[in-house]
Design a protein. Structure first.
Length: 92
């Protein structure tokens, strides 16, 4: 009984996290939700009896992809701030 409740909560959490990661307006929060979604997916793979897939999901899906998204977000924000600074300097 407890296992079924855990699995149901896990599925609902996965669906909710996926929806929130896609629909969030703040890019940083969306990336964080994406990383948590990858970790929950890894847990789901473990529950399904596929530890190798779970490890790959945790390492690549959450770890590597999450880190790349965070770096891209930082560079994007730096580019926007430098573009707005240069625009202000061009038009006094």
């Amino acid at each position: 009984m407890i296992v079924q409740v855990f699995d149901t909560v896990l599925v609902l959490l996965l669906v909710w996290l996926a929806w929130r990661a896609v629909s969030d307006t703040d890019p940083l929060r969306a990336v964080v939700k994406f990383i948590v979604l990858g970790l929950m997916l890894a847990l789901s793979w473990l529950r399904l009896g596929a530890p190798d897939v779970a490890l790959a999901e945790a390492a690549v899906g959450s770890g590597l992809t999450g880190a790349l998204l965070l770096v891209a977000l930082r560079r994007w924000r730096e580019g926007r701030s430098s573009a707005s600074r240069s625009a202000r300097e061009d038009h006094p």
